[in-house]
Design a protein around this ligand. Structure first.
Ligand code: ATP
Length: 241
């Protein structure tokens, strides 16, 4: 399998103090799902922002073997790297459909229309409310809209930052089931940031555990199917810092 994304020795610093991310390296194969797990402050969002071009970083970010580390965020979107931020950041005053149009703004009108119809087919919950202002949606529907807006951009790599955050377990399951459908039906690769191991395992192929801005462990989803191995990973990597 070819690597779609390679992150090599990535570091991110916000100021003079300890870096938020220190020399992190990982790769994402075409069509695969890689999870970054860790507690609050472990550096997960900073990695996503650096890969999407929203945050300066050192080290290398390669996409299809091309060094994209100095490209601005919009050029990375054009290449197919699309970030769905934590907290969703949809535009509440705009309608559901208008939010989706924003997601596909770099696409030609006909392609954008096709992508939006695909998103509305995938998420019937928000299709019913396509002409309603986005702030009126429930938390789960807003998360579907945020993911849908990302999909409207026709990504090759979707960077999903804590899609389970603030959602009731039933809705988390629904969102992840829908992500599994997208996975099964397309060649889309995903980097998934999560704190929740159980839901993450339903979707991903590989997991990297982060603490204090560093990758401290790595497992395949296959390895973690074993309950003892899973508990050991939780104790080793996701327990108290
Ligand atoms: P969370 O799930 O809480 O977002 P995270 O694993 O995504 O956690 P980051 O948000 O990447 O972690 O934060 C990593 C470190 O960088 C933390 O120590 C955090 O305090 C710091 N940090 C994040 N954003 C900023 C910022 N804008 N200015 C200064 N420091 C920041």
């Amino acid at each position: 399998m070819n690597n779609l994304l390679s992150v090599e020795n990535l570091s991110v610093a916000y100021g003079a103090g300890a870096p938020a991310v220190s020399r992190v390296s990982f790769a994402v194969g075409e069509g695969s799902v890689v999870a970054l797990l860790g507690a609050n402050g472990a550096g997960k969002s900073s990695i996503m922002k650096a890969v999407s071009g929203l945050m300066p970083s050192t080290g290398a970010v390669l996409f299809n073997d091309e060094d994209i580390g100095s490209l601005p965020a919009r050029a990375r979107v054009a290449k197919g790297i699309v970030y769905v931020p934590e907290g969703r950041e949809i535009v509440g005053e705009l309608t559901v459909r208008e939010n989706l149009v924003l997601g596909g703004y770099q696409k030609a009108a006909s392609e954008r229309k096709r992508r939006i119809e695909m998103v509305l087919d995938l998420f019937p919950e928000i299709a019913e409310k396509a002409d309603r202002q986005a702030w009126r949606l429930s938390g789960g529907e807003q998360q579907m809209l945020a993911i849908g807006r990302g999909l409207a951009a026709d990504p090759k790599l979707l960077l999903l930052d804590e899609p389970s955050l603030g959602l009731a377990p039933l809705l988390v399951r629904r969102v992840f089931d829908r992500l599994a459908t997208i996975r099964a039906e397309s060649e889309l690769a995903i980097v998934l940031v999560e704190q929740n191991l159980a839901v993450t395992m339903r979707l991903c192929d590989e997991l990297h555990f982060l603490r204090g801005g560093r990758i401290v462990g790595h497992r395949s989803a296959e390895e973690l199917k074993d309950e003892t191995a899973r508990q050991e990973a939780i104790d080793a990597y996701l327990g108290a810092a």
